[in-house]
Design a protein around this ligand. Structure first.
Ligand code: DHB
Length: 302
């Protein structure tokens, strides 16, 4: 096991699930909690009230990539707050919400009910909703964070943001500057969410491989590893150069222990597994952890 810290939260190992994978129901979250090599449990991104989500087929997997348009199927915030049990693994509640008001209400509910017993990952990057998440452009992010931090107090709780992938240096710089204004509230960022608006067709029937949203969905899986690594490394460098004390959790395309090692090289302090967990189930954490141990022991790293 390789312990790590995200903000002031101690994790006994540094690999856990990505929000939205194996974490919608209590049974799934218990599966993760019972998996020795899974360091924490993060819930499905939720809304205040339960939502049915999009119609099936809404997931598609190949060896190279996944495409999904779940549509925020979730059991509502109360359900995920009730998952908390003392003495179990660290629990991250992934907060969605499509307006400033909904986000503020949800965060205040978590803080009032559980205080710093749980952590929050605020998802500002869902690609599958009518209105894209607030973090897709710097100006909207700035406005959302200004509003948020005038109305919530998260200084006692481990608090982070799930960000979309960025591609241009000017965006990394702009986002990093905005985050620097809130380094007292933001303990970590998770990079990256899936790449929006992927599309593929089924050659047999001529239809898109998923049915919601005219076939468009978030891309994940091995193909997006270079995008995730690049985002982690860009932010890591900018944070170092500008003395911004925000940890980075790597996410996107991990399917092996070497992928995990690459995220550490890029500057991540912990990593999340999404698509591969979907394909392989919770045993993925043991396999990938063992592979990671082999990689570092071959290199003589302890
Ligand atoms: C959904 C997809 C995401 O990538 C995300 O971050 C949140 C929600 C979804 O479609 O449910």
């Amino acid at each position: 096991m390789f312990p790590t810290k995200i903000g002031s939260l101690h994790l006994e190992n540094f690999i856990y699930n990505a929000a939205g994978v194996w974490d919608t129901t209590t049974d799934q979250c218990n599966d993760l909690n019972n998996q020795k090599h899974c360091a924490a449990v993060i819930t499905k991104t939720c809304t205040i009230r339960p939502q049915a989500g999009n119609k099936y087929p809404k997931y598609h997997f190949t060896d190279q990539y996944s495409i999904n348009s779940n549509g925020l199927e979730n059991n509502g915030l109360d359900y995920y707050i009730d998952l908390y049990k003392p003495n179990s693994k660290p629990l991250f509640i992934s907060i969605g919400g499509t307006s400033d008001k909904e986000r503020i209400t949800m965060i205040n509910m978590v803080v009032e009910r559980l205080g710093n017993a749980v952590a929050i990952e605020l998802n500002l990057s869902c690609p599958n909703l009518g209105c894209p998440g607030a973090a897709y452009d710097p100006q909207t992010l700035q406005q959302a964070l200004d509003k948020l931090f005038s109305n919530v107090n998260v200084s006692d709780i481990t608090f982070g943001l799930k960000l979309p992938p960025y591609y241009l240096l000017r965006d990394f710089e702009a986002i990093s500057t905005i985050l620097s204004h809130y380094h007292n509230q933001i303990d970590f960022i998770t990079c990256v969410n899936s790449i929006p608006n992927g599309l593929d067709f089924d050659v047999d029937n001529g239809l898109p491989v998923i049915s919601p949203n005219d076939g468009y969905g978030g891309l994940g899986g091995p193909s997006i590893l270079p995008v995730g690594l690049s985002n982690v490394r860009h932010f890591s460098k900018l944070f170092k150069e500008n003395c911004i004390d925000i940890d980075i959790v790597g996410c996107g395309g991990i399917s092996s222990g070497s992928d995990v090692y690459k995220y550490l090289l890029a500057g991540a302090k912990a990593v999340q597994i999404g698509s591969q967990l979907w394909k392989e189930g919770p045993m993925v954490f043991e396999r990938v952890s063992k592979e990671f141990h082999l990689v570092v022991s071959r290199k003589g790293i302890t």
